[in-house]
Every structure is written in C-alpha cells, then in structure tokens.
Ligand binder design. Structure first.
Ligand code: NDP
Length: 435
C-alpha cells in the first residue's frame, strides 16, 4: 500500500487475491518466507510512452501509451490493450495482475501483461484511429514479440485496431509472426476468437448451474455492456434457451421485456460494430423496449446476471437489488465488474458467483490457441476451437471447485480461482529462483 497507495483499482485487485492466498501460503510450507506475493505485485516492467498523432484537421494530439509486463514465470507476457480515456497505470496494473492468475488458470503457458492508452476511439474517423494505432505501435514494437509479449484487444480495441497495429508491427520489424492475437481470419486469426470471451463466460456459468441441477433453459438473463463480450454472451445464452432482457453502454441500458432474440441481437451487432452507434437507438427500432438513461440494469428482475461492461459497474446496492429480485447466479464477463462489497453480499447469500479471472478466461485461452496455430502455421476448424474452449472452461471450473469448496459444500469461486492460479505461477517462480 505504501508503494501503490495512489492506485485504487490495483490495490482492490491485490487485496482480493491477498485475502484468499495469504491464508493458503500460511498453510503450505513450501511458499512460506519466500515473499512470493510481494514479488508478484511488482510488475517485471512498466513501460510508459508518448503517442503523438495528427487528426483529420491537421491538429497534433498527444496521448500516453503503456505496457505493463507483469509476470513471465510461465510464459511470454499475454494480455489485451485498452483504449479508453480512463486508462491509467492503476487500471492497467490491476488488469495485468488479474491476467497473471487468469492465464495460469487456462492451463496454457502464458504469462500476464496488459497495456493501452488514454486515447478515446469514440467519435474518431477510421483514418484517425489508424494514425493513432500506427503511432502507438512505432514505440510498442520494440517491447513485444511472439516469444516475448503478445498483446490482444480489450475495451476500445477490436478487429479494426488489431489490423492497424499488426500492419505497423510487420512493416517496422519486417516479419510476419503471431505477435498479436485477435487477428483477421485470413491473416493468422483463430476461428471463435471474437466469440470466445462471451461464449466462455456462458459455458462457465452453465457448469456452475449444473452443480445445482440447473441450466439456462427458460431463465431470464440480465447482461450489461453491448461490446464484444456482451454480444457473444447474449448469443450463447440464446442458444442455450435463456431469455436476455437487457444490454447497456456507458450512457444507459435498454430493457426489452419480450427478450432480445437472434434477430434483435443481429441488429445490435450491426449497430455497435459497423455503425458504431449507441444502445439507446435500440428503442427507436423496437418500440416494446425501454431506454433508461444514465442507469445500470441491476434493478431488472432476473435469474442470472452477467456483467460484461467494465470494472466496478456493480455495487453493493446493485447486489442487494439482484438478491431481492431472486437472482441465483452472477458470472463476471468483464474484469472486476463487481466491487468488493457486492462480492461479499453474493458470498453471504451463498448464491453462485464467479470472478472474471476464471469465468472470462475463454478469451485469452483462445488467444493461446491462436498462438499455437500461428506457430504451427495451421488453422483449426470452428468445431475444433469451440471444443477446446469448452474443455478449458470446464477445467477452470473444476480447478475452482478443487480449491474453493468450503466445509458446508458452498463453492467460493473467488478463493478457488485465486489459489489455483497462484499455485502454478508460484511453483514456477520458486523453481526459477530470486529474479
Ligand atoms: P468493448 O469495447 O467491445 O465493449 C465495452 C462495453 O462496455 C461497451 O458497451 C461500453 O460502452 C461499455 N463500457 C465501457 N466503459 C464503460 C463505463 N465506464 N461504464 C459503463 N459501460 C462502459 O469491450 P469488451 O467487450 O472487449 O470488454 C468488456 C469487458 O470485458 C472489459 O472489462 C474487458 O476487460 C473484459 N474482457 C474482454 C475480453 C475480450 O476478449 N474482449 C477478454 C476478457 C475480459 P460504450 O460504448 O459507451 O463505451
């Protein structure tokens, strides 16, 4: 805290891990006295750099770029790039720290990292986004590589941005390698990568529901966000027989009591991905739906809630509202969307709750599969990748149960994910000595 006290999100993420991992260290002789957690909270490297670029009017802008290389004990740094005005060192360190545990849980050999910029892609032309991405990569390219650090997308960084970033990396380094994941299918991307985080979140939720002899069939589901994760979480919920009634963005949420079916979801995907519109436009098209400006969807009655937008979007009051309305399962699609008080409420009520580092790991797992396909110079079918994704989510679920089951039979998935993620990284760090 003395060293990072000015970084609230980072402190929050570390605190949550420390609460479950410190008691585990105390019970296990091999980790005692090695200061493992103290070493894990210090990034191996934090790079910050100037990104200067020119807008369509010829005006020069300056943004700050970052890459946090958190931990490489079990593989090259791996984690997304976020472009959003809120980006700062605290948010990226929290995300990088979470990523170390998440990547460890996937069973694939990937270390943890995260990066991005306070650049806001909203309202920018394609040319401006391209110039920004190119400028960003002119510096980032010297710090990354297929065996060093492999970035991917995150908030504000989708297929378009990955394309521009990859183009500049290839030009400067004169090599065609799997240095980024989330690439287009024709130039090294993996099938199912766009769907993977949302699908994986729902696969994970399905495994949790199965432990209670429940499923998505006939359940009402509230989803926040309307970006990559939210869209594909909604798609998979529909495929499994659930009814999705909300989506949102940073300006408000829409509630469609009749359910957002496949056709309506197609409209949302086109609106958000191609037209880059706002979710409020949904009610202009579908008059049975309501738009709630400036609000989050947690007061809507549901059986299952999937927060898929951003960190700390679900507070203690929201948790109370969900519980009052009979919600039985909350699964994080986003990173740390539920704040600590909300998580505490879910645990107190002993409902099913999964932290993002376990439930949204399907995205990075499929990125890991993209890296493997790039190294092998082959491309797996949709069915092959989806099957691997399902298996990985099942394994992560089982690891959480292994380390998270409490005496009364309740599974604390936070504890399970933290300890399972920690063990693999800690063992590698011990084997590699004090470095
Ligand atoms: P997108 O940029 O595609 O979508 C983000 C969505 O969240 C948008 O609807 C956006 O609304 C909303 N949002 C962003 N910031 C805020 C805010 N401050 N308050 C309310 N809503 C907000 O990002 P992704 O879907 O890729 O990412 C969503 C979450 O999932 C993030 O936490 C990310 O870290 C996490 N994640 C993503 C993975 C991936 O593979 N993409 C992998 C693992 C985790 P608006 O358009 O108004 O900004």
């Amino acid at each position: 805290k003395k060293r990072n006290g000015h970084e609230p999100e980072f402190i929050q993420a570390v605190q949550e891990v420390a609460e479950t991992v410190i008691p585990y260290i105390a019970e296990n002789e091999i980790y005692k006295g090695k200061n493992i957690l103290t070493r894990m909270v210090e990034p191996e490297r934090l790079i910050s750099f100037r990104v200067a670029w020119v807008d369509d009017e010829g005006v020069i802008h300056v943004n700050r770029g970052y890459r946090v290389q958190m931990n490489s004990a079990i593989g090259p740094y791996k984690g997304g790039l976020r472009f959003h005005p809120s980006v700062n060192a605290s948010i990226l360190k929290f995300l990088a720290f979470e990523q170390v545990f998440k990547n460890s849980l996937t069973t694939l050999p990937m270390g943890g990292g995260k990066g991005g910029s306070d650049f806001d892609p909203k309202g920018k032309s394609d040319d401006e986004v391209m110039r920004f991405c190119h400028a960003f990569m002119t510096e980032l390219c010297r710090h990354i590589g297929p065996n060093t650090d492999v970035p991917a997308g995150d908030i504000g960084v989708g297929a378009r941005e990955i394309g521009f970033l990859f183009g500049m990396y290839k030009k400067i380094r004169n090599e065609f390698t799997g240095v980024l994941t989330g690439k287009g299918l024709s130039w090294g991307g993996s099938r199912i990568r766009p769907e993977a985080t949302g699908y994986g979140t729902v696969y994970f939720a399905e495994s949790m529901l199965n432990t209670k002899n429940e499923s998505f069939e006939g359940k009402t589901v509230v989803i926040s966000g309307s970006g990559n994760v939210a869209q594909y979480a909604a798609e998979k919920v529909l495929q499994l027989g659930g009814k999705v009634v909300t989506l949102s963005d940073s300006a408000g949420y829409i509630y469609d009591p009749e359910g957002i079916d496949v056709e309506k979801l197609d409209y949302v995907m086109d609106l958000k991905n191609n037209k880059r519109g706002r979710i409020s436009e949904y009610v202009e098209k579908y008059s049975g739906a309501q738009y709630h400006k400036g609000k989050t969807p947690w007061n809507v009655k549901c059986d299952i809630a999937l927060p898929c937008a951003t960190q700390n979007e679900l507070t203690k009051h929201d948790a109370e509202a969900l519980l009052k309305n009979g919600c039985i399962c909350v699964v994080e699609g986003a990173n740390m969307p539920c704040n600590a008080d909300a998580v505490h409420k879910f645990h107190e009520a002993k409902i099913l709750f999964a932290p993002g580092k376990a439930s949204n790991a399907g995205g990075v797992a499929t990125s890991g599969l993209e890296m493997s396909q790039n190294s092998l110079r082959i491309s797996w079918t949709r069915e092959e990748v989806d099957e691997r994704l399902r298996d990985i989510m099942k394994e992560i679920h089982d690891s959480c149960i292994k380390y998270g089951k409490e005496d009364d039979g309740y599974c604390n998935y936070v504890k399970g994910a933290n300890i399972a993620g920690f063990v693999k990284v800690a063992d590698a760090m011990l084997a590699q000595g004090v470095i």
